[in-house]
Design a protein around this ligand. Sequence first.
Ligand code: AMP
Length: 238
Amino acid sequence: MSSTMIAVEQGRETGSKTLPGPILLMGAPGVGKGTQAKELVKFWGIPQISTGDLLRGNVAKGTPLGKVAKEIMGRGELVPDSLVNEMVAARLKEPDAANGYILDGFPRTLGQAHWLDGRLALEAESLPVIAVSIQVDYNQLLRRITGRRNCPVCATIYNIYMNPSKRDGFCDVEGAALVQRADDTEAVFKERMRAYAGLTAPVVDHYRDLGRFAEVDGDRPIATIAAGIVAAVERLRK
Ligand code: AMP
């Protein structure tokens, strides 16, 4: 059993009362925010809200937002704050977000962070945000991003360098042909890193200055990182 699962079982047994509230998972593209969000969803039973996934859903459905976002995402740039904030506002109103949620990929700019802080401050019931930044070295990230392949049927994620499927190019579970995200190329990765350094690093500083911030080493096994995030959130919520 993984250490996260052990922690989940312990949480159930002790009836752990720590309400997670809103958690922001931060870090450069490819640090594993999506993977960690899924671990934390299992642990706390709260939803993952990934703005990248929501935007890709809009692109796939061809909504007006998706039509605007498609080109911007293809270049590795950021979709304007007003559009992303509006999309997040609609998602946060859904009932499953009442006890907390894991924001993955949002806020990515100071404008988004101030919008979110302001919105939560108006809700008497809401706990303040806790931001957790996952740290991974640049070259490791490049391999993670350019090697990433996804199963379009079951969403299993592989990596051709570090976690290849048994049959090259095909999902072990579904047998479906694996796909590469259009923005998982080296050129787009570099642009996304530039956007991260310029726009998102100040968001990290913002939550660090507020004292609601923790950093975890992302170059460790998935369950170890998840346990580190849970411990940091429990410490900061005390
Ligand atoms: P991700 O899946 O989080 O790496 O996001 C993929 C792409 O979606 C990014 O490169 C941006 O173009 C766009 N995107 C996702 N989240 C945001 C956000 N919070 N603000 C602006 N653009 C975003």
